[in-house]
Design a protein around this ligand. Sequence first.
Ligand code: TMP
Length: 239
Amino acid sequence: MKQLEQMYEGKAKKVYATDDPNLVIVDYKDDATAFNGLKKGTIAGKGAINNRMTNYLMKQLEEQGIPTHFVKEIDDRKTVVKKVDIIPLEVIIRNRAAGSFSKRLGIPEGSDLRCSTLEFSYKDDDLGDPLINSYMAKAIGAATQEEIDVITDYAFRVNDLLKSFFKGIGIELIDFKLEFGKTADGTIVLADEISPDTCRYWDMETGEHLDKDRFRRDLGDPEGAYKEVFARMGFTEAD
Ligand code: TMP
């Protein structure tokens, strides 16, 4: 399979066409942004770590019955994935109050929740990815009820699987964001990435933040946090 022209460049990844119309190549960058691109920086080594962590987790999820876009890792930073039309909803699951949830509802970060929650944001950078509910998502044509039902079911199943995986390596999964897409034949698959860019990981013993909040909040050494999670997942630099 041959890499062809760049189709798109996002904040953390580039996407290239291939000579197979159903496949594209994603290329993970070290660039980091926060607050809808207002804060910009670099986290050295992040691209390779996020690529490899995402692929590892997507493979595990696929084995547990969650369809994903993953096809094949090409190298450290590049992966072949199924070409999808992204459903323009960010699907956020929370197990503990943090971030925008804490701010919006006035609930201190770290507070227990009585149950896990799911929320949707409408993927639109110009609008700052506003929070919307499923009625609004249907009304604006972002997704159908059937799609929302499938996405919701997958997202909670992913939560159960990821929570227990990260617990096994001493990390509490506080919250995370997923994106889903539709393949050429209309199948809904998990897309985008699952990484410290898109999840909150807190060390179960110390509460230390092992994710992109280290960059967003200037907590220091984001590289070290990404490497720590990578190492706990069993990867070595030489892998
Ligand atoms: P939030 O608390 O800022 O809404 O973030 C919830 C989760 O979503 C957190 O794990 C980080 C992730 N996230 C993204 O992946 N992309 C984003 O643009 C934002 C704002 C959050």
